[in-house]
Design a protein around this ligand. Structure first.
Ligand code: ANZ
Ligand code: ZN
Length: 884
């Protein structure tokens, strides 16, 4: 190995081509090795890859390469989540076509991913906007429809009148569209829904089987599904004297049904509250313009959880009264309230201010008072009062007649039982009910760039599915984005078709599917993307699924992962999923790549690429390269275009090479945490690349050109080398298995240090067959250890060492555990109580030997600053303290 420096810029494309020509990472179906499916969440083709992608895909690639070396048939595919709004926005801005923009971005990003040296099976590439993909999605939709998992219903939607589209609750901020800023209107639209609610219980209990998912994600999903066991209780309306209007209402309607999970608090009830959209509210508003105004105001506010939790609690007294179920003479007022949702429970509640914070805020605002009925264990029932903080903890029932003295569960049961037996108008007054917060999934989008819903509307036949033989329903290419609204709707011809049933003129559904549908089943398509006839192939599903390791951002903890879990169940019901119950056996959510921020004098964000840095002592200062103006160094934040603190992967790769970038994003922080991008860090990684290159050269020089047979005995120098390499091998293997990439990297650093030290200490006359064998073995192990992270450097080293074959094809080395039996220990060494060094020494060393070795340490000498040592205290196997 005569070349001094490793040249990443030459080596990387060279090895990429060699891998590609050998089709090394293509995995056929019908592979007999045990399977391993590793998948990173596929990217949206927004334009260019960013550092978050680099980190995400590097992690997946380390696993893929490692598992391949371990003898698995690895499936590691890549595709594009390619439908969605940004393409339409770009089309509007650039007067281009969404397809053009999307495919150009895909081409750019594919080239970028290839330049990272990812071991992907590109023969399986899919893009969700390809008709080759979405035709199968249409087929899946028809299957779901046949099985009753897809249906149409009228629903209230948030309508953005500027963007002319439906918005999710999360997209309505302070009553305005998140993008357009327009006041959102409530509209009744008929939309397509998927019955995710039918699987609520199974989606919840399935979480228990996902032992390789982060606890946090499982909890978030459980909360989202929101199972609760409660009671439906009917309250009888009382005739009202005071107001004419409400009197007529109470003639027509006789009761209000509420849903409660706390029937135990029934004696603490102070009011009934109904949603603004409750039919009773509408009935009361008919002759009450003030109430009608209030209802309109509630609607404008929107119904997102965030809004409901933060908005001031407001209500309007309808004048109606109900009887308490346990006391004929006890009347409760009925309010319309802004914090009650129509689409949960029954859209009506009884309010117990003492034990529910929202109810308390409301009661305090309207002077309704409160009555505590659960007494905390450490309180005296006689003096326990509630003022502005509701008590929702455990305790004993008080002020509750027949419930007094009971625990909460016992009181719940007692109330349920009694009300089930009690009747109101011939029916039991209460009924037990399990509720889920999870709503069915509205998938209709009034957009062009999505998968067309394969439905035809006929005046005579109603809703007619497009016959399977007529699929795909292809998006028309000739559309314009000059006006807001859905271009499919105003297309001159596309939607006009003959009814497949009666032949009469009919029209196509012009809504397209939510893009979350596209990503709910893509991982199944990767198992056999060549199947033109069906979405999936049973053998391929049975072989490859579930995904063994899925990697992506925590931002997808709820929706995407839940939808994919739902699709797995629904597709199982339609016969496309074999026996697979869960799509992702292992899930890992990686942290972000973060970076310092900078602002110039005017307060504008500045990109680090425009800066020069100066360091004086502890102080770092930054200056603009062109003008020399000093800029302020701000906090470290997620890399984002808006703060301009991004680093372009292309630039890093062309300056330092992909291996350096890959290495850096794995260093330092645990992979689930954020990693701080710094220039010094990248330079450090780049230096380490060169260091490994030289180290392998040195090892091979010591090893000589001939491969010796394994000697029967190894001297101390050779043993030390073997111990270091096998020890690192065992550690890196267990680190990668547990996805502790950062500690794997630390171990490789440590191994490099140990090997350098060993080689440096060997005199050339000492080099016998045992050392030559150990050095060759060390080089071979070292290269294979860093190959998953720095695959190009590994190939270059492997070739330079004249080892046979390609590093990427080599099996993972076998460790010999007998070589690494611990006969050394490492002790921290303090000087006057401050830790200065670590001492590694034989476990059998005597106290005197330890004292001598500690005193001789360079770091200790330095810390002593010439002062004489008074004594050295050795706490056996724990610590050494040097006192000066
Ligand atoms: C009386 C009560 C007393 C309640 C108390 C809570 C505490 P989960 O567990 O999420 O299912 N609720 C019911 N329907 C509602 C709606 N449409 N909009 C707003 N709130 C609604 O929550 C169930 C509880 O949320 C129910 O139990 C009800 O208030 C409220 F000390 O009934 B509770
Ligand atoms: Zn028809």
């Amino acid at each position: 190995m005569d070349q001094e420096r490793y040249n990443a810029r030459e080596a990387e494309p060279k090895w990429q081509k060699i891998w590609e020509d050998a089709a090394l990472f293509q995995t056929g179906n019908g592979d007999s090795r045990p399977k391993y499916y590793v998948l990173e969440m596929f990217p949206y083709p927004s334009g260019r890859i960013h550092m978050g992608h680099v980190r995400n895909y590097t992690m997946g690639d380390v696993i893929a390469r490692y598992k391949r070396a371990k003898g698995f048939g690895v499936l590691h595919p890549m595709g594009w989540d390619a439908f969605g709004m940004p393409a339409e926005n770009a089309a509007m801005q650039n007067k281009s076509h969404p397809a053009e923009w999307t495919y150009a971005n895909i081409a750019t990003m594919r080239a970028q991913l290839k330049s990272m040296g990812l071991s992907l099976d590109w023969s399986r590439e899919i893009a969700t906007c390809d008709v080759a993909y979405y035709r199968h999605e249409q087929r899946l939709f028809l299957d779901l429809l046949d099985h009753g998992f897809a249906y149409r219903k009228q629903s209230k939607v948030n309508w953005d009148p500027v963007d002319c589209t439906v918005l999710a609750n999360e997209q309505v901020i302070d009553g305005r569209g998140w993008r357009s800023g327009a006041l959102v209107e409530q509209r009744e639209l008929t939309q397509w829904f998927l019955k995710i609610g039918a699987f609520a219980d199974d989606l919840l209990s399935g979480l228990d089987t996902l032992t390789r998912w982060p606890e946090k994600v499982r909890l978030m999903q459980a909360n989202w599904i929101g199972r609760s066991e409660g009671l439906l209780v009917r309250f009888a309306l009382a005739p009202v004297q005071t107001s004419q209007e409400s009197d007529s209402v109470s003639d027509a309607v006789s009761e209000v049904e509420v849903y409660t999970t706390r029937p135990d608090t029934l004696f603490g009830a102070k009011f009934i509250a109904i949603a603004a959209d409750h039919p009773l509210a509408a009935a009361c508003a008919e002759n009450n313009p003030e109430l009608a105004d209030f209802i309109a105001e509630c609607r404008r506010m929107g119904t997102s959880v965030a809004v409901l939790e933060t908005a001031e609690k407001k209500g309007y007294d309808t004048g109606l009264r109900v009887h308490h179920p346990f006391d004929e003479n006890w009347l409760l007022p009925v309010y319309v309230a802004n914090f009650v949702l129509m689409d949960y429970g029954t859209g009506a509640i009884f309010g117990c201010p003492a034990h529910d914070q929202r109810d308390l805020d409301f009661a305090n605002a309207y002077g309704l008072g409160n009555q505590p009925v659960v007494c905390p264990p450490d309180q005296d029932p006689a003096t326990f009062v509630i003022t502005d903080k509701a008590y929702d903890g455990d305790g004993t029932l008080i002020h509750s007649r027949f419930l007094d003295g009971m625990t909460i569960p016992a009181a719940k049961e007692a109330v349920a039982k009694r009300l089930e037996e009690q009747t109101l108008g011939n029916a039991p007054q209460a009924q037990r009910k399990i509720n889920f917060r999870l709503r069915d999934w509205g998938i209709s989008r009034q957009r062009y760039w999505g998968c067309p819903i394969p439905i035809i509307h006929c005046e005579d036949c109603g809703i007619v599915p497009v016959p399977r033989a007529d699929l795909p329903v292809v998006l028309p290419k000739d559309v314009s984005f000059d006006e807001p609204g859905n271009p499919l709707d105003r297309h001159p011809t596309w939607k006009y078709v003959a009814c497949p049933q009666c032949g009469k003129a009919a029209r196509r559904e012009t809504d397209t599917m939510d893009t979350f549908v596209d990503s709910s089943w893509y991982f199944t398509r990767f198992t056999d993307p060549w199947n033109a006839g069906d979405p999936t192939t049973p053998e391929a599903i049975a072989h490859w699924l579930p995904v063994d390791q899925y990697i992506g951002g925590i931002e997808h903890a709820i929706l995407h992962l839940l939808y994919a879990r739902f699709f797995t169940r629904a597709m199982q019901a339609t016969g496309q999923m074999g026996e697979v119950r869960e799509p992702f056996a292992g899930l890992f959510t990686q942290g972000m790549v973060v970076h310092e921020t900078y602002r110039d004098k005017a307060g504008a964000w500045v990109n680090p690429g425009q800066l020069r840095f100066e360091t004086q002592g502890n102080e770092r200062r930054a200056f603009l390269l062109d003008s020399g103006e000093e800029v302020a160094i701000g906090p470290i934040e997620k890399m984002s275009k808006s703060k301009r603190n991004t680093v372009d992967p292309d630039e890093i790769i062309s300056t330092y090479g992909a291996d350096t970038a890959r290495w850096f994003v794995l260093t330092g922080s645990p992979p689930e945490r954020d990693v701080i991008w710094t220039e010094e860090g990248v330079q450090g990684a780049s230096k380490f690349v060169q260091r490994l290159w030289r180290l392998v050269g040195e090892l091979m020089q010591a090893a000589g050109s001939e491969e010796p047979a394994e000697p029967a005995v190894f001297g101390p120098a050779a043993s030390a080398i073997r111990k270091a390499s096998h020890g690192a091998l065992i550690k890196v293997e267990s680190d990668i298995e547990r996805l502790h990439f950062n500690t794997a990297i630390a171990t490789i650093h440590d191994l490099a240090n140990k090997l350098s030290a060993s080689i440096g200490a060997i005199e050339s006359e000492e080099i016998g067959a045992d050392v030559r064998f150990a050095c060759r073995e060390a080089a071979s192990i070292l290269i294979r250890l860093f190959a998953p992270m720095m695959p190009h450097l590994a190939e270059e080293c492997w070739a330079a060492a004249s080892f046979a074959g390609l590093a990427a094809q080599m099996p993972w080395p076998d460790a010999d555990p007998s070589l690494v039996v611990e006969d050394e220990m490492t002790l921290p060494v303090q000087v006057n109580g401050r830790k200065r060094a670590d001492l590694t020494i034989a476990r059998e060393a005597s106290e005197a030997e330890i004292q001598a070795a500690a005193a001789a340490l360079e770091a200790v000498q330095k810390a002593l600053e010439g002062k004489p040592v008074k004594k050295i205290i050795v706490v056996p196997r724990r610590i050494v303290n040097v006192v000066a």
